[in-house]
Write a protein that binds this ligand. Structure first.
Ligand code: FRU
Length: 501
């Protein structure tokens, strides 16, 4: 018995390491990201289940993307943080799983920061720690029907996110007795006095609570935000709090809150608030509900931290799916993609401000060749395209994307609204809530320009440089090869795009 234990003790680490390496090698070499419906220029895990993007942080030339990941199945399960990096936000390299569940629970969504001043003492000033702040979801507590099974924990890395150490004092924020208590998004708030503090936005059932900390390890509740006019169709999740500056110099605080269900077109969606934050309270400037994306497939998105000041952009990525059907979409051996990375801008829209989402400029590097569109019927030739279109002023328009089988996507302007119809787009009957017509109100906005990105299983539409956005999944059984246009005198151009894999 003793001998057996000793052998296990000596060989288990080797066995685990080699299995693990074999596992990741297999993912890389067998799966070439070329299966039916596999997105060609969106991030997907090589295999298995993904949901929310997590812990996005920039460091030393690398954009880190962590994500909710279950490495053993294509449906949701015990959550890990998967990991990928990119130097240009377009091409991604898969790295091994970063953070695994432990005795405190599964690793739910959260954020990552670089602790430049070593406030936590987990790194040094010369080599500051990358610190991940995430939710522990304890499945045992949940099974026992306790209400305090979600807590906040931290892990840190001093080698650019390659290896992670869990903080010995976890959890750093205990549960006060509220079942839904999750998704910490942390950022450094500079103080007027030259000092500063960490601020955490946390989704607490139907409100966002703000906590502050001098060192990431001890947290104090500052306030909670839940105005009675907000959208409460479902639980509040995945907040983000950050500043944006408009072209006219106006600076505002923005608060993102994902809700599920209760989105404008059913299921999951992200509402946002524009207002002010004084380090303690968030106060909105308005009393109407604002949606980041009117498509059905942009959820739980948040922004990158530590993007260099010279760059100055607020970079965003979302989960391109919807809890209404995410676990049954017809893809194998992976499930879910991220949206295109976007830069968030504060823009004037009528008398109001709005958060516009623009595809990052780096995506232009995917353009292989460009063709002017002439006429109302166009052959697409290849399946990966970006369309730039200018509708004729003052009229309605219609765009149809079709394949030889008659499967089609229709996007049109009808009166004061936009309509996205995927009822006949290909495979649609895997879940009753998928085959739907989605709408976005225009509220008098004139559609001046359209940018439409078509990948193997998605269509993302950016109206007026991201003033209105619709991100949508589609599963055609063969590529859309034709484009039919009505209401476009000046037509536009088609860019054929390259695959990133
Ligand atoms: C949002 C969410 C989060 C949670 C995670 C679990 O999609 O429900 O609130 O942390 O997914 O995977």
């Amino acid at each position: 018995m003793k001998k057996f234990n000793l052998i296990t003790f000596l060989f288990l680490p080797i066995l685990t390491t080699s299995c693990y390496q074999q596992g990741s090698v297999a993912q890389e070499s067998i799966i070439e990201h070329n299966e039916p419906h596999r997105p060609q220029y969106h991030f997907t895990p090589a295999a298995n289940w993904m949901n929310d993007p997590n812990g996005m942080v920039y460091l030393d030339g690398e954009y880190h993307l962590f994500y909710q990941y279950y490495p053993d199945s294509t449906i949701w399960g015990p959550m890990h943080w998967g990991h990928a990096i990119s130097t240009d936000l377009v091409h991604w390299e898969h790295l091994p799983v970063a953070i695994e569940p432990d005795s405190l629970g599964y690793i739910f969504s959260g954020s990552a920061v670089i602790d430049h001043d070593n406030t936590s003492g987990l790194g040094t000033k010369e080599n500051p720690a990358m610190v991940a702040i995430y939710t522990y979801h304890d499945p045992v507590g949940e099974k026992e029907k306790r209400i305090d099974f979600q807590t906040q924990g931290i892990a840190y890395s001093t080698d650019k996110g390659r290896t992670w150490i869990k903080y010995a004092g976890n959890p750093v924020l205990k549960n006060p007795g509220i079942k839904d208590f999750r998704d910490p998004k942390v950022s450094w708030l500079k103080g007027g006095d030259g000092l500063g503090k960490w601020v955490m936005s946390l989704a607490v059932l139907d409100r966002i609570s703000f906590y502050s900390s001098p060192n990431l390890l001890e947290w104090t509740l500052e306030s909670s935000f839940n105005p009675d006019w907000a959208a409460y169709g479902g639980v509040w999740e995945c907040p983000d709090l950050f500043q944006l500056k408009a072209a006219d110099g106006t600076e505002k605080w923005i608060l993102f809150v994902s809700i599920n269900p209760g989105g404008p077109n059913g299921g999951s969606a992200t509402q946002y608030f524009i207002g002010d934050f004084d380090g303690k309270n968030f106060i909105a400037d308005h009393d109407d509900v604002k949606w980041l994306d009117y498509g059905a497939d942009n959820y739980a998105g948040v922004t990158w931290s530590n993007v260099p000041e010279q760059d100055g952009r607020k970079l965003f990525i979302g989960w391109m799916s919807n809890w209404d059907y995410a676990q049954v979409v017809p893809t194998h051996p992976w499930r879910s993609a991220t949206t295109l990375p976007r830069s968030l801008e504060l823009v004037k829209s009528g008398d109001d401000y709005k958060v516009a989402s623009r595809p990052v400029s780096e995506l232009q590097s995917l353009r292989k060749f460009t063709k002017e569109i002439s006429g109302e019927s166009v052959n697409l030739e290849e399946e990966l395209v970006e369309l730039e279109l200018t509708p004729t002023a003052g009229t309605d328009f219609e765009i149809e994307l079709l394949n030889e089988k008659g499967e089609k996507v229709i996007f049109k302007k009808s009166g004061d609204g936009l309509v996205f119809d995927r009822t006949a787009s290909g495979l649609v009957d895997f879940e009753a809530r998928f085959a739907k017509v989605h709408t976005a109100p225009l509220n008098g906005i004139e559609v001046k320009s359209l940018r439409i990105f078509v990948d193997r299983s998605s269509v993302e539409i950016f109206v007026n440089d991201g003033e209105i956005v619709m991100s949508e999944l589609v599963f055609p059984t063969e590529a859309y090869t034709k484009l039919k246009l009505t209401g476009f005198e000046n037509s536009g151009s088609i860019h054929n795009l390259m695959s990133i894999w």
